[in-house]
Write a protein that binds this ligand. Sequence first.
Ligand code: NCD
Length: 314
Amino acid sequence: MNIISSKDISKEFIENIFKRASEFEERTKVETRLIASEQNDIAKGKILATIFYEPSTRTRMSFESAMIRLGGNVISASDMKNISSSKKGESLKDSAKVISNYCDVIAIRHNEKGAVEEFSKGSKVPVISAGDGANEHPTQALLDFYTIEKEKGTIDGLKIVLVGDLKYGRTVHSLSKLLKHYNVELYLVSPELLKMPEEIMSELAGLKIHTTENLSEVISEVDVLYMTRVQKERFENPFDYEKCKDAYIIDNEILKSAKKEMIIMHPLPRVNEIKEEVDLDSRAKYFKQAENAVYVRMAILEEVITNDGLRITN
Ligand code: NCD
């Protein structure tokens, strides 16, 4: 079982992940000895390899923390571009053939769209995408939805706004591809240059969608405000980045017009999109979202390791 695109993730899979993540969240908080030891057996004797061709803090470390909390072990190439096999020009498939002898599951991030899929073709063990270029980041989408469900009690019926870099932001792409399972109203707010790609828009057919460049037009209507970083590293023209980089900045002033129960999310890292003063607002959930990464990745690793018959696709 690989996890490469949100497109292939079924509702049944999502629901199972949420249920287990919630249990892991409770257990991690309670931390009774009995529960901890029960949990520690899930990945006993198993090895996760984290293979990162692009930098990462949260994704890699939360995957590793999740595996260790499940009682497993971790081997890591956090700077894969600079390690021997890549430097010498080994193909992704060959690297996968070799590395998959050393572990039971692989979490991999690459700077190119499609590279994770290519890698998976050579792997003997399950491969989980930790992001492929500007394309997708499916496990982030699962933890984003988990956070929404936990904070709002439901996903159906919500009004969700995605703000910022909708062109290069892989988290919003994966999130959008999961929306087919829910009945939500979607607001897309971005500069013209950073519009959601057509390919993703076609996945959203059937949803009620509002598109605008002006966040203040819609902020009072939504239940979830999902901010993104403008992905500097993906721009071909640095002037375009300069034009867009501070297009949307959330501060206490703009939040005055938002609903009292609206939640503010961001996959992090933030640059200027959310002012630090907002951290004190009870609606700010982005650090909780980063914490949830561990529980959701525990559930994903458990599912992939035990592979107990639940299919990814319907
Ligand atoms: C995101 C990513 O790498 O796509 N970060 C993350 O995984 N939490 C978002 C970003 O880098 O802007």
